[in-house]
Design a protein around this ligand. Structure first.
Ligand SMILES: [Zn+2]
Length: 86
């Protein structure tokens, strides 16, 4: 059995994780996402920092286009296009 962590601890863990997201693997991103869902902690703006499909962290070299109030980011790995409202 895994030990249960409190919501505050989970929040702290998530915050620390996103501070260093660029050095993380998709597997770790998925783990943190699950942790946030389990503890009902919204990822908010941090959701923009990784691909929602393959969970690859965005490193800053993906294609970014800005059109009509939307920013679209194309994932380098799986090609998934993410639309972010500006
Ligand atoms: Zn992707």
């Amino acid at each position: 059995m895994k030990e249960k962590i409190s919501k505050t601890e989970a929040k702290e863990k998530i915050k620390e994780f996103f501070d260093k997201i660029k050095s993380k693997s998709p597997k770790e991103v998925l783990k943190i996402k699950k942790l946030s869902m389990k503890n009902r902690i919204p990822l908010g703006i941090n959701k923009k920092l990784f691909c929602s499909d393959c969970f690859e962290p965005y490193l800053g070299n993906e294609k970014i286009r800005i059109t009509k109030g939307f920013k679209t980011v194309t994932c380098e790995k799986c090609g998934k296009v993410k639309k972010i409202k500006l």
